[in-house]
Ligand binder design. Structure first.
Ligand SMILES: *Cc1c(COP(=O)(O)O)cnc(C)c1O
Length: 510
């Protein structure tokens, strides 16, 4: 076989592998991922790994001598691919389904190779300016205003970090110079969110010194939206007790049921009370690329900060969060610390992203997003998000036809929360039954779904969002669901497996 078809041999004693070796490794990696995408459907979505199993197979120390690349490839097959939960599988319906599209995967690969480290504009002008440009594109795509009278922003690693940065900026506004003096001896601060807000808000309050007791979880209404009246009362009570309201966190697309808080009412209250309004639209924000979905977000343009995750629903892999601010100088006031060795002649003529958050060195995160938005185009992106929403609507209507099934919350985007509770089964027994149904579906392997507590009751949650998911995969999920329910009801309904069915009783009794 020609030498250049072979996988790389051991590297020289000094220096990196040769460019020729790198070509062979890289081609094998592309071939591997292409084969992976082609064979996804044959794999069980949820990993069948037992806790500790992978770790137990790793030697205690790194190999002393170079290993042949073939051996490494074999372990990619067995150790790695054998223990993945397949987020890219079209039957992946758990948490929030995501896609690493072809252009985005290429973008990640290039990012690793270029290894730009954006500590300063001059350490990678294109990293900084592509990020500024892509931020402008994102704002435009979702209908938010860009510029001095609108928003500007950055790409963060995750929504969790982004909310921390936003709330740190809110803290600096509420307690000027808290960055110098800390919070000791000051009145206590309070942050407000709904009882359905994401746990990252709790964490931000822990880190920022408000404590979990400084976080007010406001009840939600019948449609799972923050009760604006209860929020106003909580703010008034805190003020009367000498606390300082720092920020209201509105969720547009809650994690459990994707409800949207009443943004106009919250924006009114925050304007009147001079409280920072932060909108966490981590999952749902991408849906605002569709003009017909924009009414759900009305009011977010009045926020002080907004975030959403292109790594959830905009075809790029983790990590990529769009974090947008009005009056970004407020973020800079909270974060800028410039030691002498980071001073540069560019000064104020360039954006120095180190001034707007915790990280100094940042990845070239904009590259994958820029490639992806160009390769699909805005129209291509809109079509795919519209597909996911249409698939979820179909799934919801099918679930509503299933005996004993109730869809337990409105499903405005692409997530359906539902529960099996036939007549005569009490709430606690139904909780346990739904937990078993979930386990059976996930053992079946054709789909992976997760759960949520909805009004304290155990519900299943199917999230459509992977670009590969089509009607056929949702049908396979429904099939797995029906089998799981049949097992639960003691064979009252015919099992779906294609094995000869055991003789069934006519009475249909369990
Ligand atoms: C997914 C999600 C988050 C967390 O996202 P990360 O990027 O993983 O930190 C936060 N808030 C909401 C509403 C979410 O849906």
């Amino acid at each position: 076989m020609a030498r250049d078809r072979r996988l790389p041999g051991p590297p020289p004693a000094h220096g990196d592998f040769s460019p020729a070796d790198f070509r062979r490794m890289g081609k094998a990696a592309v071939e591997r991922l292409a084969r992976y995408f082609e064979t996804l459907e044959a794999r069980p979505v949820l990993a069948r790994t037992k806790p500790g199993e992978v770790l137990a197979r790793l030697p205690a120390r790194a190999p002393e001598e170079p290993e042949p690349w073939e051996a490494i490839e074999r372990d990619l097959d067995r150790l790695v691919e054998g223990n993945l939960t397949h987020w890219q599988h079209p039957g992946y319906l758990a948490y929030f389904a995501t896609t690493s599209s072809a252009p985005a995967a290429v973008g990640e690969f290039l990012t690793g190779g270029y290894n730009q480290i954006g500590i300063l504009w001059r350490t990678s002008p294109v990293l900084t300016e592509l990020e500024q440009g892509v931020v402008r594109w994102l704002l435009d795509l979702v209908g938010l205003p860009w510029g001095p009278d609108g928003f500007d922003g950055q790409l963060a690693d995750t929504a969790s970090t982004a909310s921390l940065v936003a709330l740190a900026s809110a803290r600096e506004q509420a307690f000027p110079d808290a960055r110098k003096t800390g919070l000791a001896g000051r009145p206590a601060g309070a942050v407000y969110c709904s009882e359905l807000a994401h746990s990252s808000i709790d964490k931000a309050c822990v880190v920022l010194g408000f404590g979990t007791e400084g976080l007010r979880k406001i009840p939600t209404d019948a449609e799972f939206r923050m009760d604006a009246g209860a929020l106003a009362s909580a703010v008034a009570r805190d003020r009367a007790e000498g606390r300082i309201p720092v920020a209201v966190v509105a969720t547009a697309g809650t994690t459990a049921v994707t409800s949207v808080d009443p943004l106009p009412a919250l924006a009114d209250l925050c304007a009147k009370e001079r409280i920072w309004l932060h909108v966490d639209a981590a999952y749902a924000g991408s849906a605002a690329v569709l003009p017909e979905m924009r009414p759900l977000f009305a009011g977010w343009e009045r926020a002080d900060s907004v975030l959403f995750n292109p790594h959830k629903w905009m075809l790029v892999p983790n990590e990529c969060t769009g974090l947008f601010f009005r009056r970004m100088e407020r973020v800079r006031r909270a974060f800028s610390v410039v030691p002498n060795y980071l001073e540069t002649p560019e000064g104020e003529t360039v954006r120095e992203y180190m001034d707007y958050g915790v990280q100094l060195g940042r990845r070239f995160r904009a590259l994958k997003l820029w490639l992806t938005l160009r390769a699909f185009g805005a129209a291509g992106l809109r079509a795919r998000i519209a597909d996911a929403i249409a698939h979820a609507r179909w799934l919801k209507s099918e679930l509503e036809k299933e005996p004993g099934v109730a869809v337990v919350a409105p499903a405005p985007f692409s997530v359906v929360a539902f529960r099996w509770q036939p007549e005569g089964l009490d709430d606690a027994a139904a909780d346990a039954a739904n937990a078993r149904i979930l386990a059976r579906i996930n053992e079946d392997g054709r789909a992976f779904v997760s759960h949520a507590l909805v009004r304290g009751r155990f519900a299943l949650r199917a999230a459509v969002g992977n670009v590969r998911t089509s009607r056929r995969h949702l049908e396979a999920f429904l099939d797995a669901f029906r089998s799981a329910v049949a097992a639960e009801s003691g064979g009252r309904r015919p099992p779906v497996r294609r094995r000869p069915a055991p003789t069934r009783r006519k009475s249909g009794r369990a």
